[in-house]
Design a binder for this molecule. Structure first.
Ligand code: BMP
Length: 284
């Protein structure tokens, strides 16, 4: 049976990960000693830029929902393009990557337009995006064709399971999503999963992915205590998510964005998530 990737260091995985986006992210995680992704779920573009400037040093990845931002109501009339250009400059300044949480879910032809064009032009500025596997492999093929024309590393995460109560992911859905991800045709593009625990890489005991398989698992629904938000979100702690369940990157939104002192709270998340990783690798 191959050994699980969750017992390997981010540093060693950054040398061998099959996707360029994955190698870059694992390098950043290892160098900055942070496996924290900030989900910047705010609707005011100016507030987002101010917060990201402060929180940039704490994170490996910034997750956006570009379509919740109210560009029209901003006082400085920030346009979408100038906003995403500023985010890219902040990513450069503080060394983090950008993940647009678009959750594509349509046929290949439609998602190509959604990824490349429209008002957001996601492929031009987001290093990473994600997609549901429900439409079948055509969604991955469609997105990959767009990504291949960009000229910079682009990575895709598939949603294998969600953090919300009653979601239809996990179990057989996750197994079929994993099987879809393993297709050699997109080996350099599908970098991992949104999931609640380690996926593939020897963790499932099926051995089908081979020893070199390495999917990066990013996990939302992370809080400093176990809990929920009254709308189905379920929170687990960094120790459970990273230490016990083998996830690689913790995604935190309101826990940081809504805090009185976001920088201090982000440091608590960073430290606890990093220590959970160190413990996991040491005991692995
Ligand atoms: P929060 O930490 O405030 O609960 O935010 C979680 C973020 O992660 C939200 O942006 C949400 O859209 C996203 N998310 C999630 O909560 N669960 C999933 O399964 C997938 C997500 O992308």
């Amino acid at each position: 049976m191959p050994s699980s990737t969750s017992t390997l260091t981010y540093e060693s995985r950054s040398q061998t990960h099959p996707t360029a986006a994955g190698r870059k992210l694992l390098q950043i995680i290892s160098q900055k000693r942070t496996n924290l992704c900030l989900s910047i779920d705010h609707t005011d573009p100016d507030k987002i830029l101010t917060l990201v400037q402060k929180l940039g040093p704490k994170i490996c990845l910034l997750k956006t929902h570009i379509d919740i931002i109210s560009f029209s109501s901003t006082t400085t009339s920030t346009t979408i393009k100038s906003f995403t250009t500023k985010l890219q400059a902040l990513a450069q300044e503080h060394t983090f990557m950008i993940f647009e949480d678009r959750k594509f879910a349509d046929i290949g032809s439609t998602v190509q337009h959604q990824y490349r064009g429209g008002v957001y032009e996601i492929a031009s500025w987001a290093d990473i995006t994600n997609a549901h596997s429900i439409p079948g492999p055509g969604i991955i093929r469609g997105l990959k064709e767009v990504a291949d024309g960009i000229g910079e590393p682009r990575g895709l995460l598939l949603l294998a399971e969600m953090s919300s109560k009653g979601n239809l992911g996990g179990g057989e859905y996750q197994e079929r999503t994993l099987a879809m991800a393993r297709n050699k045709e997109w080996r350099g593009f599908v970098m991992g999963f949104i999931a609640m625990k380690e996926v593939g890489g020897g963790s499932g005991n099926d051995g089908e992915g081979g020893e070199e398989e390495d999917f990066i698992v990013m996990t939302p629904g992370v809080g400093l205590q176990v809990g929920g938000d009254g709308l189905g979100q379920q929170y687990r702690t960094p120790e459970e998510v990273v230490g016990r369940d083998g996830c690689d990157v913790v995604i935190v939104g309101r826990g940081i964005v809504g805090a009185d002192d976001p920088v201090a709270v982000a440091e608590v998340y960073r430290e606890r998530s990093w220590e959970a990783y160190e413990g996991r690798v040491k005991n692995g």
